[in-house]
Design a binder for this molecule. Structure first.
Ligand code: ZN
Length: 499
């Protein structure tokens, strides 16, 4: 049993606060404190995708509750030498970014419109960071729990007009010879699943890659080869749907395990850039699913532990922790007499047995009131939905109900709001937000992440560390503030339900 697996089992049940000790920080870590002007030779950028402050705070409460200790991210904030800032992640055409525009800021130093990956509206393709770092002999790695061709990893190593062009993104990773690719999304490489029927597995193998399909293969992968590890056909499934599925965990590695192996491989290189994404935090929040989101956030925090252990052994490493945007803005809500109920209700999050995606699947399209009550009882470990609430949900699921705020007009938000009665966590919707995002940095170069940071400056900074002089073309922002038309309303377009 791996350490990661043990940590995972511990968090799957409630344990007394304080029963586990805080993670051990290497004693030498204080010696890492960066002196201004130092340049890292190793960069680990860690992105918890779509992580609102309510998710980060919720993970802290969840960690205290289920692991008896704070999250490593929160502990870092009080460590000498840690630098804390906020980052502006707006897109070229909107103050609310999607993951493609956000990652493009870091990956090309330019603002692009939402949906584009390092590509300007005039058709100009931008040169991504991973391509530029080759000239400085840097090895490059991308690790995620989403499909490896998804927007965030793509933002560092691809240039396409739309994030939907995943088949092309898979080809561009090969062209740039990205040294480590670990995540989900096997279908994007598979000739039986690709639109052009190209056998990318054969092409990657030809180019010297080892193709990895299981956690066991990842453990045994030879360090001298490049790696393409794709551990599921699509996104790596939500942890909460596999809490007691030992077979699943033999096949699909946890984010911490992927991080550990990526670092073992890249440690052989003098210089490297590694992006680690907890990609399903965002998707869980799109589903207004706090239990799924917090499990993913804790798994991300376990990967942070691995990165810090590496940094303790390799003091020339910069670690940057951040997110690309908020999503759903979950918050523990109470007023008056209900303040005192928040703690016991929040404890119910740890009792959730499956994702909201699974709940919706079990509900079906026109469920009866009794069926709704039974599905929620089973999924939550005992929550008795009242007949009145079950009837309201039944009406909505049969497309006969409505809401006043269009952004909340979706099945996932209604299920999320119903669960909020039991979990005390409410949502502003299932959408991204314009909030500035937290950024925490540690190691040489960390001082550049202090205060209010513009997302595009991350690219410039990484290139400066690498000694590469380059600037992608820029366009001025094009906000639609002129659109004061009364016909312009906020709508809840997002309907994708990710299992
Ligand atoms: Zn999203």
């Amino acid at each position: 049993m791996t350490n990661t697996r043990r940590g995972f089992l511990k968090q799957s049940g409630l344990i007394a606060a304080g029963a586990l000790s805080a993670p051990h920080f290497a004693r030498s870590s204080e010696a890492l404190l960066s002196r201004p002007g130092q340049k890292p030779r190793r960069i680990i950028m860690m992105v918890s995708d779509g992580m609102s402050m309510g998710t980060l705070t919720g993970a802290e409460h969840f960690s205290l509750l289920t692991r008896g200790r704070p999250t490593t991210w929160m502990q870092l904030l009080n460590r000498p030498g840690t630098v804390q800032g906020l980052m502006n992640m707006r897109a070229l055409n909107a103050i609310v970014p999607d993951s493609a525009a956000a990652a493009s800021k870091w990956g090309s130093g330019s603002l692009v419109v939402n949906g584009a990956v390092n590509h300007l509206p005039d058709g100009t393709g931008l040169t991504p960071l991973c391509e530029l770092l080759t000239s400085g002999q840097w090895q490059r790695g991308l690790v995620t729990t989403t499909e490896i061709t998804h927007a965030t990893p793509a933002g560092f190593a691809a240039s396409v007009s739309s994030r939907d062009l995943a088949d092309t993104i898979a080809e561009q990773y090969l062209k740039h010879r990205v040294d480590v690719l670990l995540g989900g999304g096997r279908d994007k490489f598979d000739p039986a699943k690709r639109k052009d029927q190209r056998d990318l597995f054969a092409d990657y193998t030809q180019a010297g890659y080892d193709i990895l399909r299981t956690a066991d293969e990842l453990r045994a992968a030879p360090l001298h080869k490049r790696w393409l590890g794709v551990f599921s056909p699509g996104h790596i499934p939500y942890l909460i749907d596999h809490l007691k599925d030992a077979e699943h965990h033999r096949t699909v590695p946890m984010l911490a395990a992927m991080t550990r192996r990526a670092l073992e491989k890249l440690a052989n290189s003098e210089r490297f850039f590694l992006m680690i994404e907890g990609g399903r935090v965002d998707q869980a929040c799109h589903n207004c699913d706090i239990a799924a989101a917090l499990r993913e956030q804790i798994a991300f925090d376990e990967a942070v532990d691995v990165a810090l252990e590496f940094q303790a052994r390799h003091p020339d490493t910069l670690i940057v922790l951040t997110t690309d945007h908020g999503c759903g803005n979950p918050g523990v809500n109470a007023i008056g007499g209900a303040y005192a109920r928040t703690s016991p209700l929040f404890k119910n999050v740890a009792e959730m047995r499956c994702s909201v995606a699974t709940i919706l699947k079990q509900l079906g399209s026109e469920p009866a009131v009794a069926h709704i009550q039974s599905v929620f009882r089973e999924a939550t470990g005992g929550f008795e939905v009242s007949e009145r609430r079950a009837a309201l949900l039944a009406t909505f699921l049969a497309s006969k109900g409505s809401v006043l705020y269009d952004v909340t007009n979706s099945q996932v938000v209604q299920v999320g709001q119903l669960l909020a009665n039991h979990l005390a966590v409410g949502w502003t919707g299932s959408t991204h937000t314009a909030d500035y995002v937290p950024v925490t940095a540690r190691g040489p170069g960390a001082e550049h992440f202090h205060g209010l940071v513009n997302g595009t400056s991350v690219f410039d900074q990484f290139l400066t560390f690498a000694g590469v002089e380059f600037k992608n073309p820029q366009l001025p922002v094009t906000d639609g503030f002129a659109l004061r038309d009364s016909a312009v309303e906020n709508t809840g377009e997002y309907q994708e339900l990710t299992a």
